[in-house]
Structures are given as C-alpha cells and as structure tokens.
Design a protein around this ligand. Structure first.
Ligand code: NAP
Length: 458
C-alpha cells in the first residue's frame, strides 16, 4: 500500500481477512511518506469532528494486526522508485489520495492573502509539512496566523463540506476548539484572530450544494454566530424544485436554510453571509487580497455556470477557495492529467493502455476527491476482489518474498517508523494534552514527532 490513510488501510484490512478466508498467507506493507499513519483521518477531518476522527482506532487496529506492517517516513518516488518498490513486492496498491487543490483559474488567485482550503486544512490539523507559525504559504506571503489576526472579512469560495469545515474553524468559539486535539500553536493563532464577517460563495442555488445536512445544520447550532442569507434565494426556480423533489439531501438542506432565513440578527461576534448564485470573477488587490469581484450566476441548459448581470465587490483580506482537491502524479506510476487520477478498471491499474499486472489503486487517487471516509471501504473491497481474482486467474503469481522490501529499505539505510513508534507518538500527544488540561494535543512539528517516536523509557 502506498499511503496509510483510510483507503490504504481498508485495503490492508480487507486483503488480510479475505486472503485468510481463501487460505492465502499474505504480508501487507503499508507505506507512508509521513512519520505517522491515518492520512486524512488525521490531516483532513476537522479537529472538532471527534466522532469521525475516532475512525482512527479502527485503522490503528488494522495496522496493529498480524500480517500487516506500517512503514512510516518512507517516501515512494524519492526514497525508493516505483519500479524498485514493484520489484520487491508481488503487488502494489496506490492509495496516496489527492493532496493538491483544484484551481479556480481566475485573476488574483495567487495573491498574498489567498490560501486554498487544502492548505488551510493542513495548517489547522497540524500537518508536519507545514510550519504552524507560517501555515505553509508561499515565501514572502503573510503567514496564516498573520492573515487570521489582520483579516476582518473573509471570503470562502465553494459549497462543499470542506468549506463548512473551514467556516467553523474561522468562527467557532476557541474555548470549544480547545477541547479538540488541535495543536497549541494553531489554537494560539485562532485566539488572536480578528475575523468578523465570513462570506460563503455558492456558484449555484441552494438546491445544488454539496453539503451534507448534518454538517450544514451544525453551523446553525454554533454560539455567537449570526447567519445572513437572502430569503429571495430560497425561492426555487423550476429546475431547483425538481432537484428538491428528487434529492432528499437537497430537500433537507433547503429546510435548514429556510429556518436560518427566518432568524433575526442578534449582533453576534461573527456573521456568516451565504451568497447563492454568486461566482467569483477575480481576487482583487495588488500587494495582497483586498476583495473579491463577484457576479450573479445562472446555470445554462448544458449545466454550465455563467455570469449574469453587473459585477460587484465583497471586501476581504483573506480568501479561501474550497472548490475541491486534486490528485497529483507519483513519478513512475500512471496518471491521467485530465482527471488527476490513476487510470484503472475496477481498481486494476491501466498502464500504456493495458492492464498492468501487480498494480492496483484505491481511494481518492482512484475515484477522485469525493465521498466520505466510509466510501473508501466499498472502494477498497472492489480493489481487493480484483487483486484476489488476478491471483486465482494466474495473472498475478506471488513469488513469496515477504522479506524483500524490509531488506531493500535496510540496504538503502532507511529507518522506517513502525506502529511501536506510532504508539510512542500517541503517548506523547496524550501526555502533552494532559499538561494543558486536554485529552491530547497534536504535535505539529516533524521534529517533535520524530523525537517522540524515538523516545523510550529508561
Ligand atoms: P466538493 O464536495 O466537491 O465541493 C466543492 C464545491 O466547490 C462545490 O460546491 C462546487 O460547486 C464548488 N466549485 C467547484 N468549482 C468551482 C468554481 N470554479 N467556482 C465556484 N465554485 C466551485 O469538495 P470538498 O468540499 O473539497 O469535499 C471533498 C469530499 O470530502 C466531499 O465528498 C465531501 O463530502 C467530503 N468531506 C466530508 C466531510 C464530512 O463528512 N464531514 C468533511 C469534509 C469533506 P459545483 O457543485 O457547482 O461544482
């Protein structure tokens, strides 16, 4: 498995279980370029969603199971090539997700003060690639903590669940966020934030959002937040009415929005303005973002979104596009630039137009950045069925060389971190949390993770 996030671990779990049922003796190596496992469960799911984050225990059990070995801090494509990896195992399953952001392709997108949601998410989840004091912004750009303290008005572009996560982090009471495992540095920056007004732009109408109702409803329950939306946006046109009739989630979301539209403003510290049928045309500013030029939008007969009417400006000192993730190529592995995915059929990788025996794919790099964590389970099941069928059919002929990969890693002088190291990190994060009266605190620096991984009681 290249990747120890939910998609890779679900394959490891299903493969060991189903192989045992078929009398096969399988060794599964789960590799990750990070020192710690769990992928998006640790570095994607919002810290204030503890029940989703608790999926970690299931993943942890799967990685601790006999026959499964976690190799952390091994970067395929840098420490080992894909070819070297393929030569040392019987089958490779790409499960490395979609680490980049989808682009809007508009003027000003790269101005200082524009921070794509995937970047902000890595910052607030304490990802070790990003220094918590700068947030991983481009050199010379104001840091995420500086932007949060100076921005009064923020625009979030997109109407998906990541946009909702970002909005919550921007407006939620920091004392509530302090009950999560957010890193200390992140909490300090959020305590100093100056954000007052957050504008969420949905380029289509309220019947067409990508929100799930539970996550949408949650915003309405936040303390000290006024929700501002134009009731006229909730009057449905013919096609929106049809959607609302056929799509239960859309109907439930509309009911939530209708309840919000009837609420009076209370003078709360934070205001969330929901702008439907509103598209960004450009991020304005010369040195840094000062606002977003927007237009009313409409959907054409072919489903495309186009501008209508005169543009206007929403002032903003921080803009966060949250319009989806995008998979990146892994050097040496097949990749389809047009989709940002690895081409496949039922999880069997297609290389140069033909099935490539011994190469499989799962998760976001297989199906694109859609679905909740649980979606990876059925996705993994499909990939495992294909792999086991290939063994049955003789397409994949296991050579039985479970020692080849650890031997190669040792030969290269690599020192992967295993599950014992993870359990030491886990202990250190719990201990750090207890020091501050919290359950746990994410260690946000790579050096802290490595130090905790090495630490052994005398
Ligand atoms: P998403 O669900 O694909 O939503 C992307 C949003 O961006 C859509 O509203 C889309 O609008 C909009 N968009 C795309 N291109 C745009 C453009 N050029 N201009 C303006 N708006 C644009 O992506 P996501 O929010 O990143 O979430 C990724 C996946 O993770 C989803 O399946 C999501 O449900 C899941 N997730 C789940 C949770 C949870 O369960 N709590 C939390 C976070 C993420 P259109 O529809 O018009 O294209």
């Amino acid at each position: 498995m290249v990747g120890a996030g939910p998609s890779g671990v679900y394959v490891a779990e299903a493969l060991t279980r189903q192989a045992a049922d078929s009398g096969l003796d399988v060794s599964v190596a789960v590799l990750d370029r990070l020192p710690v496992p769990f992928g998006l469960v640790r570095y994607g799911v919002a810290p204030d969603h503890p029940s989703i984050r608790s999926i970690r225990s299931t993943l942890e059990r799967a990685l601790d199971a006999p026959g499964v070995t976690f190799y952390g801090d091994v970067h395929i494509g840098r420490d080992l090539t894909v070819d070297e990896l393929r030569a040392s195992v019987d089958a490779v399953v790409y499960a490395y997700g979609a680490a980049s952001d989808r682009r809007l392709g508009i003027v000003g997108e790269d101005l200082p003060g524009s921070v794509a949601a995937p970047e902000l998410v890595t910052w607030y989840t304490g990802h070790p690639d990003v220094h918590p004091d700068d947030g991983g912004v481009a050199p010379g750009h104001p840091s995420v903590p500086a932007l949060l303290s100076s921005a009064r008005e923020v625009v979030v572009v997109g109407a998906g669940n990541v946009a909702l996560d970002v909005v919550r982090v921007l407006v939620r009471d920091v004392d509530e966020l302090a009950t999560t495992d957010m890193a200390d540095e992140v909490l300090d920056a959020l305590r100093a934030r100056g954000v007052r007004d957050v504008h969420l732009l949905a380029r289509r109408g309220p019947a067409y959002t990508a929100f799930t109702t539970k996550e949408l409803r949650e915003l309405g329950d936040l303390a000290d937040l006024d929700l501002v939306l134009d009731p006229a946006d909730l009057v449905l046109d013919e096609s929106s009415s049809l959607v609302a009739e056929q799509d239960k989630v859309a109907a439930r979301n509309l009911a939530v929005l209708a309840e919000w539209a009837g609420r009076p403003e209370t003078g709360a510290t934070h205001r969330l303005h929901l702008h439907f049928w509103t598209s960004p045309l450009a991020f304005l500013g010369s040195e840094r973002v000062t606002g977003v030029e927007v237009t009313r939008s409409a959907v054409g007969a072919d489903g495309s979104v186009h501008p209508v009417g005169e543009p206007w400006t929403i002032p903003a000192q921080l803009v966060i596009p949250a319009v989806g993730y995008r998979g990146l190529p892994l050097p040496g592995a097949p990749y389809d630039e047009s989709t940002g995915r690895i081409p496949h059929a039922e999880g069997r990788v297609i290389r140069d137009g033909a099935f490539s025996p011994g190469e499989y794919v799962t998760g976001w790099i297989k199906r694109g950045p859609v679905g909740v964590i649980g979606t990876n389970k059925s996705d993994a099941a499909e990939t495992v069925v294909s792999l086991l069928e290939d063994i049955d059919a003789g397409v994949l002929a296991p050579a039985g060389r479970a020692d080849a990969l650890p031997a190669l890693l040792a030969e290269r002088g690599l020192h992967p971190l295993g599950m014992a190291a993870w359990h030491r990190i886990d202990g250190a994060e719990r201990a750090r949390g207890v020091e501050h009266g919290r359950l746990r605190t994410t260690l946000a620096h790579r050096s802290e993770l490595l130090e905790a991984a090495e630490h052994r009681e005398a």
